[in-house]
Design a protein around this ligand. Structure first.
Ligand code: G4P
Length: 317
């Protein structure tokens, strides 16, 4: 996919997490409820080991409630993990967060043994907004583009309850192609880093299968069997007057409309993946990645043999 991937503060954040993790009791990962699988950091488990994990499905007001329930059940079924759904309209989320952490680490939370919690998440997932609500002041700046939180900061949530914030972080490589598209559609990736038409087409391709009624209601379009994402994007452009000279549709404009209306949920409350679908994408992605690695290893071996750095390995039968 044509995404220029800027992992942002990745190295610094990785270092900060690795250094802090020894003294952490619970790791909160803020996920985007519209794409919980794709917004989960695949490196996090590696960095945090077997620490109890609280998955917070944020922006639930934008997501499909039935699918949020599926994701909560999925995470709650994993060992050492629990999940809650949240959105910015909840004015006092601290109690639910504190209770969920206590359930995961019941021996912590006193003045003698304080609860030490680390919070992480991808850029734009709503971490600054949540922390502002928790602290009741503008402790961190919010914004609509990648990671504004710069420095690790400690927040006292209650007596004996400390929260360490980390900068929004993406990871070095995307293994699941669909995740790249979903992250771009959600606003987690800066707008200059991807092709909007391509992202809108992927989005429509998914919505035709998963949310046809929402598309019909919003754009007043027919969805005959077999309609393609390209045909639908054209139709939406035409309906919305995104037309150039000689009646050609301005596909860029049409794509911007679709992405904007998905983000704002004017299209409806949508979740771009179920736990089952994401599991399948992940399995396929890992397989492809392993094949790619075998190919790369072969190229490297050939190069070393060519420059006589190593003897030619025996042929596989
Ligand atoms: P970050 O620190 O994780 O990078 O994210 P931040 O809090 O800056 O939030 C990114 C955008 O997401 C902000 O919108 C914020 O208002 C919005 N947001 C955060 N939590 C929720 C939520 O639960 N529901 C919804 N619908 N939106 C949420 P923005 O348009 O960039 O700025 P703003 O003008 O709305 O503040």
């Amino acid at each position: 996919m044509a995404i220029q991937w800027f992992p942002g503060h990745m190295h610094l954040t990785k270092k900060a997490i690795s250094e802090r993790i020894k003294e952490i009791d619970v790791v909160i990962e803020l996920l985007d409820a519209r794409l919980p699988g794709s917004s989960a950091n695949p490196m996090l488990a590696e960095l945090t080991g077997a620490k109890p994990a609280l998955k917070v499905l944020n922006k639930q007001d934008l997501a499909d409630p039935a699918r949020t329930a599926l994701w909560l059940a999925h995470y709650n079924s994993l060992p050492g993990t629990s999940a809650i759904a949240l959105d910015a309209s909840e004015t006092t989320p601290a109690r639910r967060l504190i209770d969920a952490c206590h359930a995961l680490a019941p021996t912590r939370g006193s003045m003698v043994k304080p609860m030490r919690v680390l919070i992480c998440g991808i850029p734009n997932v709503g971490k600054s907004t949540l922390i502002n609500t928790l602290t009741g002041k503008r402790a961190t700046k919010t914004g609509d583009e990648a990671g504004i939180t710069k420095l690790e900061q400690r927040i006292v949530l209650a007596d004996g309850f400390y929260l360490w914030d980390t900068p929004g972080m993406l990871w070095p490589r995307i293994i699941v192609a669909k995740s790249g598209y979903n992250l771009a559609a959600s606003g987690a990736i800066g707008r200059n880093a991807f092709n909007e038409e391509e992202v809108a087409l992927e989005l429509l391709d998914y919505l035709i299968q998963a949310y046809p009624a929402l598309l019909q209601a919003r754009y007043k379009v027919e969805l005959p069997p077999g309609i393609t994402d390209e045909q639908l994007l054209e139709e939406i452009g035409r309906k919305r007057g995104a037309v150039l000279s000689k009646g050609r549709v301005n596909l860029q404009k049409a794509a911007e409309i679709v992405i904007y209306e998905f983000r704002a949920a004017t299209l409806g409350r949508i979740t771009l993946e179920t736990p089952e679908e994401f599991g399948q994408w992940l399995t396929a992605g890992r397989l492809l990645d392993a094949e790619r690695q075998v190919k790369k290893d072969r190229i490297e071996t050939d190069r070393l043999v060519r420059f006589k750095k190593i003897p030619r390995p025996p042929r596989e039968s």
